[in-house]
Design a protein around this ligand. Structure first.
Ligand SMILES: Cc1cc2nc3c(=O)[nH]c(=O)nc-3n(C[C@H](O)[C@H](O)[C@H](O)COP(=O)(O)O)c2cc1C
Length: 174
């Protein structure tokens, strides 16, 4: 399968099967994130693997839309490790943490897809609730959750999946 085929096949999964994700596959997914590029190679990503019933129950308490997924990766960045740009005149000490964490998460998402594991990118949660529930250290800034699992028989793309703007609406050629 080409990367383009993989990218076209992926869609947000909201109908997970209860079958657990095998540890070997989880390790490959985490490894894909490990080799992701990050600003200045500082590798500020901090990934919480939520797979015990207790951890998943806590994740659900944050009101994140996890559906029935058996595994969640909570992707954070370490604000003490992240690259900051002192020379940016729009943002005071711009930091690349959200970008780094998102690149890591995206690469893990596509590795999962390649392994037959479906995913859902989740940001619809209250950061305070995530910080308090998991008692995150103050320097671990939650960016997103990646829900992972096998598709169930009901699995199908939601209507938004088919709605992509044409390139001429999103690409500006100068
Ligand atoms: C930054 C970001 C945040 C998202 N947050 C949520 C979320 O909280 N809950 C949810 O069900 N889907 C969430 N999604 C999934 C998007 O709704 C979905 O990717 C989009 O509608 C396109 O559909 P597709 O992924 O099936 O192609 C999020 C996606 C991104 C990139």
């Amino acid at each position: 399968m080409t990367f383009m085929e993989l990218a076209c096949n992926r869609y947000s999964e909201r109908h997970f099967d209860s079958r657990p994700v095998e540890d070997e596959k989880l390790q490959k997914i985490l490894e894909a994130g490990r080799i992701a590029p990050t600003a200045c190679n500082y590798q500020p990503q901090r990934i919480y693997v939520l797979k015990s019933p207790d951890a998943l129950e806590k994740a659900r308490r944050t009101k994140a839309s996890l559906y029935s997924c058996p595994l969640v990766l909570l992707v954070c960045y370490d604000s003490e490790t992240v690259w900051k740009n002192p020379g940016d005149r729009c943002y005071e000490l711009y930091n690349a943490g959200e970008q780094d964490a998102s690149i890591v998460a995206a690469i893990m998402m596509f590795e999962a897809e390649d392994l037959g594991i479906h995913s859902l990118w989740i940001r619809g949660f209250d950061s305070r609730s995530v910080i308090d529930t998991f008692e995150l250290p103050a320097n671990h800034i939650p960016v997103m959750m990646l829900a992972l699992g096998y598709p169930s028989e009901d699995s199908r793309p939601a209507h938004l999946h088919a709605k992509r703007k044409p390139l001429d609406e999103t690409v500006i050629v100068l």
